[in-house]
Ligand binder design. Structure first.
Ligand code: GTP
Ligand code: MG
Length: 137
């Protein structure tokens, strides 16, 4: 697939890392085809992360993702989903490879700076959740 969806999460926005993260993303060959800052409501976060609603950290995840603004984007590149997951690194920054976005900017397994879609189908669903057709170029 050629597209993936990402969010720069509240921890990274609070820390002032939006510019550096977007720079690393575009320098790695991704084209930004949609971009905006929003704040998710509790209902938004519960729906976006519904797949995790039985996990013990679900409440913490929803609390974290709604506590401040996020920057969401749709990114275009050949092999976008897989290449973007490689660029951000492992969920837990302690396990993330050197130079990855999570290694550089994530604080913990929960507050891990960025999201990346895990399949082409989820990339489409997640992009449509955050952006209207008129907001994607
Ligand atoms: P995303 O790109 O955000 O979907 O991360 P991921 O695909 O690397 O991880 P996963 O989908 O398994 O988990 C979704 C998100 O839930 C993670 O990015 C974390 O923010 C959060 N999360 C996962 N595991 C834990 C945990 O053990 N504790 C806490 N507090 N949060 C977790
Ligand atoms: Mg995930």
């Amino acid at each position: 697939g050629k597209r993936t969806f990402t969010m720069i999460k509240p921890d990274a926005v609070e820390a002032g890392n939006v510019g550096a993260i977007l720079e690393q993303i575009t320098a790695s060959g991704f084209r930004i085809v949609a971009l905006k800052m929003t704040q998710m409501t509790t209902a938004d976060a519960e729906e976006f992360y519904a797949v995790h609603n039985e996990r013990p950290f679900f409440g913490e995840l929803v609390e974290f993702m709604t506590r401040g603004p996020i920057v969401s984007a749709v990114l275009e590149k050949d092999n976008a989903v897989e290449d973007f997951r490689a660029l951000i690194g492992a969920t837990n920054p302690e396990d993330a490879a050197e130079g990855t976005i999570r290694k550089k900017y994530a604080k913990s397994v929960g507050e891990n700076a960025v999201h990346g879609s895990d399949s082409d189908e989820n990339a489409r669903i997640e992009a449509a959740f955050h952006f209207s057709g008129r907001e994607m170029f």
